[in-house]
Design a protein around this ligand. Sequence first.
Ligand SMILES: Cc1ncc(COP(=O)(O)O)c(C=O)c1O
Length: 398
Amino acid sequence: MPLLSHRIQSAVASPLRKYIPLAEAAKERGTSIYHLNIGQPDLAIPEKMMKSIRAFDHKVLPYSHSAGIAELRDAWAQYYQSYNIPFTRDDILVTTGGSEAMLFSLLAVCDPGDEIIVFEPVYSNYKMYAAMLNVVLVPVPCSAESGYHLPVRAEIEKRVSEKTRAILVVNPNNPTGTVYTDDELKTVVDIVNAHDLFLLADETYREIVFDGETHRSLFSFEGVNPRAIMIDSVSKRFNICGSRMGCIASRNKDLITNMLKAGQARLSPPTLDQYVILDLFPDVKEYTKRVCKIYEERRNVVLGILKSEPSIVTPHPKGAFYIMIGLPVASADDFVKWMLNDFSRNGKTTMVSPCEDFYITPGKGKNEIRIAYVLETDQLKDAMEILVDGVREYQKNH
Ligand SMILES: Cc1ncc(COP(=O)(O)O)c(C=O)c1O
């Protein structure tokens, strides 16, 4: 039997999915599970999209243009223009989710062995894409105690090497929920300009920002074009993760022309999904305002319950729908397994994600978990109380 590649064997299973067998076993034992482990919004599909799905009456379902249908590229461009980001149709490539947008971006800016500076903890799936392309992610550490905000310029800049090709910023952030300040973003822009790097801006959660603050796009800074590449997605903005629609946007014509080669090789993004999301864009601000209010209420429920337990290190995230916290345990991995295998209250338990796999530096994140608040508030309250009870009980037994 031939051996599999070192590359695939050394890749880590998604930390968001690897405990599913334990959850399934718990369900078989009759325990019901609150899933706070994966960022899969529970909110209904927007009615306008349902209408478009029902009304879809094309006789054939062909490949689309590899860059996406013109109507959707225009819709994305108008969406960005409404935020004063002056993209036009030609700056947009429709992708199969933000996931493919990141994969294509890494492919376009890195040769094997090249480096991308990331802020750690980092969205774990990006580690897999880097592994697929032999790209090295160079972590800049951020800590729970500082709310996972970015360190000073010198701390970032000292990681720039001859192999550095880009800095990646995910804002608002997954897994931390942190929204970076204007000064932090400006520092990153100054560094990419000073060292002639690309800037990868993942703004998937742009509209989900709390406490009356507004999101500042990296594209609103002077001098950012043409080095910047936007990685975007409708998954979270419209609560339609399964539609697998995203985009790459950049004013760098050479980049877009070359990335299209990758787009052509995968033929087209899903054609049906492109048509049925078109009507969502004109109402995006009104829709996301409502969604954001729901998440802010949930964030407050989560914070209220976590703060009742002083042994938990609880930052104050201001966006997306995640919070990363420090537990008074040696191994969050063991704690998560224990919650699924050994703990329940009234026949229920709570599933969260341990954070070691969100780190690149070995040994980091061992006591941290990520909570995705994707349940309505009554259920979320119960889920969080079970979690905090679990932390107390686990401490007694370990
Ligand atoms: C920060 C971030 N970027 C990109 C993605 C990928 O999104 P998509 O569903 O569009 O592939 C996610 C999904 O959770 C994410 O959290």
